[in-house]
Structure formats: C-alpha cells, structure tokens
Design a protein around this ligand. Structure first.
Ligand SMILES: Cc1cc2nc3c(=O)[nH]c(=O)nc-3n(C[C@H](O)[C@H](O)[C@H](O)COP(=O)(O)OP(=O)(O)OC[C@H]3O[C@@H](n4cnc5c(N)ncnc54)[C@H](O)[C@@H]3O)c2cc1C
Length: 433
C-alpha cells in the first residue's frame, strides 16, 4: 500500500513528498496543473516570432536565511541554480542610487557604512533608523504583544519619520511579507529585520534562480510518483482521495493545498478558514528592442513599482508590485503604461527604447494577509483526522507566506506523517538565530 498521498504540488507538497521519499517511503503526489511549483512556477509564454519562452509567473527571490528552502534545493541537487546577490540598490526617482552591502563591521552593525552613505535618507532619518534597529534587537524576545499589534503601530511608537517608514520599512517589509504595514503583525516585520538584516552578516544575500522556476523541481519526480493534471475532488479518511473518478488509498495523507481549496475538500476540519484573507502581487514582464539598464535589479522608491529584475541583457525586465490590490481593477494596458512611465524616471533609456512585448500577471491570491492576531489561527500539521496532515504556506510554519514558509510547513507535515507511519524523522532546520 502507498505510504503517503500528497495533495498539491507547490513547494509545501514537493518538500513534504521529497522528505518522506528520503525515508524510503512510497509516496504519490497529485497536482491539478500540468506543471509543478504552484504559486512559485514558470510556464511557456508565446514570443513575438511565434515561439514560446518559459517565464516565471513572477520573480521569486529568497534570502540566505531561508535555510529550509536552501536545504530543499540541496535535496533536489539544484543549489547551483541559485545566484546570490550581495548588493541591493535603492533608487530614487531621477536615478540616484544608494548601495546596501555588507561593510567591515560585524553583525548586527554590518550595514552601518551603507546607511551612513545612503542618499535616500537624511541624517535625522538615519538616526531614527538606528534607534529602531536597536529596539528590534532588544524587544524581539522580551516583548509579548508583537503578534497583536501592527508593524505600523510599532514604528509610530518608535517615532519613525513618515519618509523613513515609506522609503525603508515599507519598501523592505511589504516586498517581503506582501501586506501593508498597518495590516502586518509586527512579529513578522521583526522576523524579517532580525533574520535578514541583523542576525548574521550574510543572511541578507538575495538568491535569484537562474533557471525558470519549474525547472528546479523536476528531480522530485525521480523519487515520488507524480500525478500531474489530476485534481483531487474528494477526501474520505477511510476511502482515500477521489481523483479522475477513482479512489486512491494510502496510510497517510498530506494536504498541501491553499486554505480556500482545503476548506472545500475537507470542510469538517476545525479551522477558521475565513480568517485567511488573500493579498495580491502583480508582476509585469517587459521586453525592449535594446538594453535599458546594466543593473541586475533595483528597488524603486516612492512609486508603485517596488522592484525591477534584469532577466536578460537589460532587454527583458520583470517588475514586481507587492500588496497590489489597487492594481487589480486596472486594465492590462493601464498597468503597462504605468510601469513604463515610472520605469522611465529611474532608467532614462526606457524612454527611447521600443517595447516589443509585455505580459502582466495579476495574482489576486498571492499570499494570505499576515494580520495581527492571525498567528494563533494558523493550524499546525496535525488535524482531528488522525491520518490527515496539513502543509501549506498558510499553516503554522513559523514564517509568513513565502517559499521558506511553504517548505517549512512541508517538512513539519512530513515529520508528523513519518511519526504516524512508525518511521519518525526530523527534517526542519531551525532558524539561524
Ligand atoms: C506573484 C507571487 C510572487 C511571490 N514572490 C515570492 C518571493 O519572491 N519569495 C517568496 O519566498 N515567496 C514569494 N511568493 C509566495 C510563494 O510563492 C508561496 O508562499 C509559496 O509558493 C506557496 O507554496 P504552497 O505549496 O504553500 O502553495 P501553492 O504553491 O499554492 O501550492 C498548492 C498547489 O495545490 C494545487 N492544487 C489546488 N487544488 C488542488 C486539487 N484539488 N488537487 C490537486 N492539486 C491542487 C495547486 O495547483 C498548487 O500547485 C510569491 C507568490 C506569488 C503568487
């Protein structure tokens, strides 16, 4: 008999499947779509000459503090498909650029030189930032209400100037957690700041996959039996899962579905599904007839677009707008016009280049809204059904909705399932600090 059936082939499902298969267990994975990776994937898009080019649904980046995601890539043998960038570029309209990179001081002071040199903040803002960073260090363990208050409440309590909030805190945290500061539990903001920027001097390094995302996951299917294009239509603890008109049974089941899908499949679970509200991300792919930049990426201040990534010789740029609910109502062409207008303010070459192709991806349900008070409602991997375990970035992984959070949830569910199967194992790698 099959040991485990995994429902959903996103990062949570793939990581739990890979972990269980590493114990020699017989694992089947069911994924509704024709490709693996869920929300972190790539697919063929038509080009102007009639061919197709595989593009990511949206640029996905990780930081070096994503230790479980990196472990998962190692298990798949694809670690060398990730390039690490050691420098961030904060760009002001007009193009003036400040570099954020590690200096000679040890952590947590390794960015001191970069902040002292930065042109996008004035001296008062730099001093206020230093004070707040120190407070993060002091309060992250001692303060008990960080999951109950918003990040914005906390920043106001620390008298952070509005422009500093906008140009530093919002710029960094909204991109990382995909929710505006007034809706973000301060605990998540603290975690990003601490693990990414303070705990060690290299954890901020930004990993960018150098192959289309779906290509990272192919090796999963060497150890796991995959059923792609196969939607799971029903679940019954006794009969198993119903897919393609057939019941499939296993000793254990892991749901690695998003919360709204699980609510439909197993509504009897004691989970407050309504508490999980979606938050959107919009990606804009732009192809030009000539290079418009030589920079690898940049974070754009004071505008809608938060990041651009150079995906090919400065001619193909991928732009990202997190927490982009305001853009959902806009037409495709309006978004492209907005993107070109804003990009021209930072990269003047855009004004004279011809746009040869554009592709807009709106993901209305990119992540859940990591609001104050939500953490206690995130379910753990065990359910009231003894042979059903949960994974997914929305479950209680210890991280917000990210690739790292999804892999952590997958490893936690695999630990629970392996114990139930009489082969207890530990997969989760603890955070660095
Ligand atoms: C546009 C965008 C940009 C992002 N950028 C980043 C980033 O830069 N860095 C980062 O860390 N995170 C980023 N994220 C978040 C990250 O992608 C997600 O947190 C993570 O991929 C979620 O993984 P998951 O496995 O929990 O869920 P999913 O990826 O949603 O996987 C669930 C899978 O279940 C399948 N499924 C659904 N119903 C069924 C069914 N009935 N039967 C079978 N299969 C089913 C789905 O097709 C899907 O493949 C981004 C997300 C989006 C959308």
């Amino acid at each position: 008999m099959t040991d485990a059936i995994i429902i959903g082939g996103g990062l949570a499902g793939l990581s739990s499947a890979t972990a269980l298969a590493s114990l020699g267990l017989k694992v089947h994975l069911f994924e509704a779509k024709p490709f693996l990776g869920g929300r972190a994937t790539s697919y063929p898009a038509p080009t102007s000459n009639g061919d197709t080019q595989e593009i990511d649904n949206c640029q996905h980046i990780l930081l070096k503090c994503c230790v479980n995601l990196l472990d998962f890539y190692r298990r798949l043998g694809v670690s060398d498909c990730i390039d690490f960038e050691r420098e961030f570029y904060f760009m002001e309209p007009g193009g003036r650029t400040s570099h954020l990179r590690r200096g000679i001081l040890p952590a947590p002071l390794h960015f001191t030189e970069s902040f002292l040199r930065a042109t996008y903040l004035n001296w008062g803002e730099k001093i206020a930032l230093g004070r707040a960073m120190l407070a993060v260090r002091l309060e992250r363990k001692s303060r008990k209400d960080l999951d109950q208050i918003s990040m914005l409440d906390w920043l106001r309590e620390k008298n952070q100037p509005p422009r500093l909030i906008e140009r530093f805190w919002r710029q960094v945290l909204v991109s990382a957690i995909n929710v505006e500061l007034h809706q973000m539990a301060a605990a998540h903001g603290f975690q990003v700041m601490w693990l990414g920027f303070m705990a060690a001097s290299d954890t901020y390094e930004m990993g960018i996959p150098k192959v289309p995302l779906a290509q990272l996951y192919g090796n999963t299917l060497k150890k796991v039996t995959g059923h792609e294009r196969t939607t799971v239509e029903a679940f019954d603890p006794e009969r198993g899962i119903l897919a393609s008109g057939q019941w499939h049974q296993a000793r254990t089941y892991i749901s690695a579905l998003p919360s709204d899908r699980l609510a439909k499949l197993v509504p009897q679970l004691e989970i407050d599904f309504d508490a999980f509200e979606p938050s959107s991300i919009t990606g804009v792919h732009l192809w030009f007839d000539r290079p418009v930049t030589t920079m690898p990426h940049g974070t754009l201040l004071d505008r809608h677009i938060q990041w651009f990534y150079n995906k090919g010789e400065g001619r193909y740029l991928m732009l990202v707008i997190s927490a982009s609910d305001a853009l959902l109502k806009m037409q495709r062409q309006e978004i492209i016009d907005l993107a070109l207008r804003e990009l021209t303010e930072f990269l003047p070459a855009v004004a004279t280049a011809q746009l040869t192709k554009a592709h807009v991806v709106k993901e209305p349900k990119a992540t859940f809204r990591a609001k104050p008070g939500l953490e206690a409602k995130r379910p753990t991997s065990r359910t009231q059904i003894p042979n059903l375990f949960l994974a997914g970035d929305w479950t209680r992984s210890g991280w917000p909705a990210t690739m790292e959070g999804a892999v952590r949830s997958g490893y936690l569910a695999a630990e629970a399932a392996s114990a139930a199967l009489g082969k207890p194992a530990s997969f989760l790698i603890p955070d660095l600090a």
